[in-house]
Design a protein around this ligand. Structure first.
Ligand code: SF4
Length: 744
């Protein structure tokens, strides 16, 4: 019997709906869900091949199907039962906590986890164990967007929605190769451009990406000069009278300070720092500000941005400087306008909602806020939750490398490939006395460092929810049973927590009394009451009928805050949401005085400038058909058709100056490590720069790190320098050197 199950794609933050076809315990097909408002039936090359990644031979060969334990590092792992595995884990963790305190352990989780999984992990660390040492690979993806929103708008909430693409007069795309990283959303942009040829698309990127190639205006800036560009644009807007003084006066604070800050960003200086023509700068400012028309005739501008702004040692400033432009021109809170950060992962947003990061608490509460800590303690029936800031991603692995963190629990992510400065990460994994890896795939580099491997279910096998880039919550549903002995992530956490409790760690009462993901979600929902992301008007039953935006407070589901019923019913056209699709339409912001705040941020150079020794600026990015470290997409030969191998792209002039031929092997090195791979000439890459796709790890690339260990792939080169506020590392830039490889 063919069964059809509606679910959500597990790859990117677009959050496309899928219909999974299955027979018995086998997934046999997948197609786009025509009713899902993120994609209306469309899927990209990754989403449309999802079912092939669940083929029986891939499950047999590449999945973790039973708990495994290594007697010693380097040994082959041996199969054990779940009771033995979890007892062992609980005994070891309890031992470290008793001997060294709760901060001797750390949890590193993932934006691939479902909201329910995230919630229980967060409760385990902060509630049961009493440590804020829990962070996520979402730190590498969107934490600068979080801090940028909070700094300026007062809350971590992207104010726009996908439908705004259809209303915008200008799309300002900065640091995002949307065509490859968010393909189905890009199809929507292409559709809008086809329907309305006067829609202007401006792209800002150091590299001529596919997205840049179809832009009306492309600003190929020098890496790391985004704040300079945005300040220069504001300088011009002020000069030309393109700002919205009425909006600024009514809804914002801090404009005078920002005005003083951008005074020196003259067109000459901006053009020189950014490496762009003055005319292009002026045109970008004009288009952003609504086309230079009279205030009532200005078109709305929607900016879309992603890792190019976020993965930076000044990521918060870059986000804030772009949001400044929206506030200064009144391009926010109306159809087709607003600063819209795109999330990379399928549930980076859900992780933010439940506070699954070292500096956050449930429902967008801040760890640093005593009232927020008290609220969460009350929700969980605890006297308090810890106030000591937890270690963020880079800090956590540095602490493990220093011997401060003794035990690491890693779930659904592959830090031995994806974190920057792999020499330090691998030192951390080797030095940690106990490493647990909770994973679906047995093939990740991190599995090699595990003392204990716990098999987890994955897409097509588990139930819960995710939230996409536009704050829309979708159901994830199981089409087939768990393979082998794999268990759901929330179950593993809950069973471990009960064993910790039996060993005297945590409160006497049961913090994990759940019979399924819905019970967890209901507790999360209750924690949002009165918060900016209030979802007390939603339920699993409502989500069964259609994906829903937050906020959706209790009165909204009776027609209070969302769309009209007529709008919600219009298939393929409306957002179909009971919640609020667009924020700040009334000009009020969740700040103490209700006003948005201009941020007078400074332009800062990249953390590691080019030098005589390392004269090229390396940037990294996604390929169209691959996902993260390729543990899933790498199982399919057909997804290598677009880019069969890792190559470093360089400008042909830079290659000629080094005597390099097309396809020749080169030795690419940074102060931290080296890799050897073919070079490819590309005029998309500016002179003085090099570009590498982010997906390849040590299994595909040869070379060594600074300690002489075999290379850990692309991130052998990258720097762990991070933004001081968001703690997001600068994965987008490192100084490198390229020489012809000497072959034995
Ligand atoms: Fe999946 Fe993203 Fe592709 Fe949609 S655009 S099918 S969510 S990878």
């Amino acid at each position: 019997m063919l069964k059809e199950t509606r679910s959500t794609c597990p790859y990117c933050g677009v959050g496309c709906g899928v219909v999974i076809e299955s027979r018995g315990d086998q997934i046999t097909g997948v197609r786009g869900d025509p009713d899902h408002p993120a994609n209306f039936g469309r899927l990209c090359s990754k989403g449309s091949t999802l079912h092939l990644t669940a083929a029986p031979e891939i499950t047999r060969q590449q999945r973790l199907l039973q708990p495994l334990r290594r007697a010693q590092r380097g040994d082959a792992p041996v199969a054990i039962g779940w009771d033995e595995a979890l007892d062992d884990a609980a005994t070891r963790f309890a031992g470290f906590i008793e001997a060294h305190g709760p901060d001797a352990v750390g949890f590193y989780i993932s934006g691939q986890l479902l909201t329910e999984d995230y919630y229980v992990f967060n409760k385990l660390a902060k509630g049961q164990i009493g440590s804020n040492n829990i962070d996520t690979n979402s730190r590498l993806c969107m934490s600068s967007a979080v801090s940028g929103y909070k700094l300026t708008l007062g809350a971590d909430a992207p104010p726009a929605c996908y439908e705004d693409i259809d209303h915008a007069g200008c799309l300002f795309i900065a640091g995002s190769n949307t065509a490859w990283a968010h393909p189905v959303l890009y199809r929507r942009i292409e559709d809008a451009k086809r329907r309305r040829p006067d829609l202007k698309i401006v792209v800002v990127d150091p590299r001529r990406t596919d997205t840049a190639s179809s832009a009306d205006l492309f600003l190929q800036i020098q890496p790391g000069t985004d704040v300079a560009l945005f300040h220069g644009m504001l300088h011009l807007m002020l000069w030309e009278g393109w700002t919205d003084s009425a909006y600024i006066a009514a809804h914002t604070t801090g404009f005078d300070e920002l005005k003083a800050r951008v005074r020196d960003w003259t067109p000459d200086r901006t053009a020189q720092v950014c490496g762009i023509p003055k005319e292009a700068l002026a045109e970008a400012a004009r288009l952003f500000a609504g086309g230079g028309a009279a205030p009532q005739d200005r078109h709305p501008t929607l900016s879309l941005y992603c890792q190019g702004l976020n993965q930076s040692s000044s990521g918060t400033a870059k986000n804030a400087a772009l949001i400044n432009l929206h506030l200064a021109t009144g391009q926010i809170g109306k159809p087709g306008a607003g600063p819209f950060s795109l999330t990379g992962q399928p549930n980076a947003m859900g992780g933010r909602e439940v506070g699954g990061m070292a500096n956050l608490l449930s429902a967008h509460r801040d760890l640093a806020n005593p009232a927020h800590r008290a609220e969460v303690a009350a929700l969980w029936g605890l006297p308090s939750v810890p106030d000591k800031p937890g270690k963020t991603a880079v800090e956590m692995f540095q602490a493990a490398a220093d011997g401060e963190i003794k035990a690491l629990w890693i779930a659904c992510t592959n830090p031995a490939q994806s974190l920057p400065d792999q020499a330090t990460v691998r030192r951390a994994l080797q030095r940690a006395e106990f490493v647990v890896v909770q994973e679906a795939f047995a093939t990740t580099a991190t599995c090699d460092f595990a003392d204990l491997l716990l098999p987890a279910t994955t897409w097509g096998e588990k139930e819960g929810t995710v939230t996409n880039s536009e704050r829309r919550i979708s159901r994830v549903r199981a089409a087939v049973p768990a393979p082998g002995l794999a268990r759901h992530d929330w179950q593993i956490v809950m069973d471990f927590a009960h064993r910790l409790q039996a060993r005297g760690i945590g409160p006497r009462h049961d913090l994990f009394p759940y019979d399924g993901p819905q019970a967890i979600w209901n507790e999360h929902r209750a924690s949002t009451r009165g918060r900016d992301l209030d979802i007390t008007g939603l339920s699993y039953d409502i989500l069964e009928t259609a994906p829903q935006h937050w906020p959706c407070p209790a009165d909204a589901s009776q027609g209070g805050a969302g769309e009209t019923a007529a709008q919600a019913r219009a298939p393929g056209q409306s957002t179909g949401s009971l919640g609020r699709a667009r924020l700040y339409e009334d000009g009020r912001f969740p700040t103490p005085d209700g006003r948005a705040r201009f941020a007078a941020v400074d332009h800062q150079p990249v953390a590691e400038p080019r030098s005589a020794r390392f004269p090229l600026a390396l940037t990294t990015g996604r390929l169209r058909d691959q996902w993260h470290g390729m543990s899933r997409t790498g199982t399919l030969g057909r997804l290598f058709g677009h880019a069969p191998e890792a190559v470093v792209q360089m400008n042909s002039g830079d290659m000629a100056r080094r005597g390099l031929q097309e396809g020749e092997l080169v030795h690419l090195s940074s102060p931290r490590g080296a890799i050897v791979l073919p070079a490819q000439a590309s005029e998309d890459v500016a002179s003085g720069q090099a570009y590498l796709p982010m997906h390849w790890g040590s299994e595909f690339l040869s070379g060594h790190d600074s300690t002489g260990q075999p290379s850990a792939g692309v991130n052998a080169l990258t720097t762990s320098a991070f933004d001081p506020t968001s703690k997001q590392p600068e994965l987008k830039h490192a100084a490198v050197k390229v020489v012809k490889a000497e072959l034995p």
